[in-house]
Ligand binder design. Structure first.
Ligand code: GTP
Ligand code: MG
Length: 319
């Protein structure tokens, strides 16, 4: 891991600016480097010129600049994978949920999004040879549906010590969209200091949808959501970790042809996510996972089951 820089190391950032940045939730050089200039002008009372100069300085401190395709390949060779517990889902993406990427789980209520999140919080802690990354998870819960009891059951199913597993999950409840973004900013410093290899936001869209209803609110909502998604993408990239977002289905009754249901969040999520997995209910505990958007995998489906001890393949369900 590279040397850790603090905000005061950025040229042109004095104590007064640091104070304002911190109040606005920009707590690290990484967060500063990815905050748009216009936002900096607002939150830190800076001139446009000054804001863009400190962004540049933050980026150069972190070495964010042009690179070669060879470097890109060597960075990609560090990609790690987290098992979902089901080979059927893992194989949709090759070997499981990837680090350095943002994977979106889309589906109607009860389709298994939150259950997969719980499973991954445990899965990420497994050693490499068992399909994990030997790291911690950070869970941002916007709906209040995180259940430690489910984590305990999944850990027991994998023969892990539940107490230890619970201790390795950093949790925060986000009460509104501003708070959610603030938590993501704070996460920048947490992840680097706590060997966090998985960040989950379940669900990414709920607060945004309820706080910005109606067509007039769509543009500001999408702008803000875009900032949030890019915060998370940068985190995945800088710290070689996996980001999981869950998303809801939105119905468009005016559709005459094709599927009237589509993922919420529009183009911002469609473009921001590296991978999109659509989950749907099938018979009893069965669920179908379909990869719908990936730069390098074909569209395909896999069937899995939700059990007391977590996510498994249908063939492994005990009858
Ligand atoms: P929303 O957040 O409402 O949009 O849904 P979701 O996609 O997050 O659904 P979630 O992952 O919470 O899945 C809920 C389903 O998981 C339930 O309907 C149950 O079928 C199943 N489930 C949850 N807990 C258990 C459990 O302990 N045992 C078993 N067998 N199934 C469970
Ligand atoms: Mg859920």
């Amino acid at each position: 891991m590279a040397v850790k820089h603090e905000l005061e190391d950025v040229e042109g950032v004095g104590p007064a600016t640091i104070e304002k940045l911190k109040i606005a939730g920009v707590l690290s050089v990484e967060a500063l480097a990815v905050t748009p200039t216009r936002t900096l002008v607002e939150i830190a009372d800076l001139t446009e010129e000054k804001a863009s100069s400190i962004t540049r300085n933050a980026r150069s401190l972190l070495n964010i600049r042009f690179t070669t395709a060879k470097d890109v390949l060597s960075k990609r060779q560090n990609i790690g994978y987290i098992t979902t517990g089901s080979k059927a889902i893992d194989s949709l993406l090759g070997k499981g949920i990837e680090s350095q990427a943002l994977t979106e789980l889309i589906g109607e209520f009860g389709s298994g999004k939150t259950q997969i999140c719980h499973q991954l919080c445990v899965g990420v802690q497994l050693p490499l040879e068992k399909g994990g990354l030997g790291g911690r998870a950070l869970f941002i819960d916007t709906e209040g549906t995180f259940r430690p009891e489910r984590v305990i059951a999944i850990a027991q199913g994998l023969g892990l010590n539940p107490d230890e597993v619970l201790g390795n999950i950093i949790y925060a409840r986000a009460f509104n969209s501003d708070h959610q973004m603030l938590l993501a900013d704070e996460a920048f410093s947490l992840v680097s200091q706590n060997n966090v290899r998985l960040v989950i936001v379940d669900s990414v869209i709920t607060h945004f949808r309820s706080e910005y209803p109606g067509r007039e609110a769509l543009a500001p909502r999408q702008q803000k959501l875009n900032r949030h998604i890019h915060q998370l993408l940068r985190m995945a990239d800088i710290y070689n970790l996996a980001v999981i977002l869950t998303n809801q289905i939105q119905s468009t009754p005016d559709t005459f042809f094709g599927n009237p249901n589509k993922p919420a969040g529009g183009n911002v999520l469609a473009h921001g996510s590296t991978y999109r997995i659509w989950l749907r209910k099938s018979k009893e505990s069965r669920r179908v996972a379909k990869i719908i958007d990936s730069p390098l995998h074909p569209e395909s489906e896999g069937i899995f089951a939700i059990t007391t001890n977590g996510i498994i393949d249908v063939d492994d369900v005990k009858h």
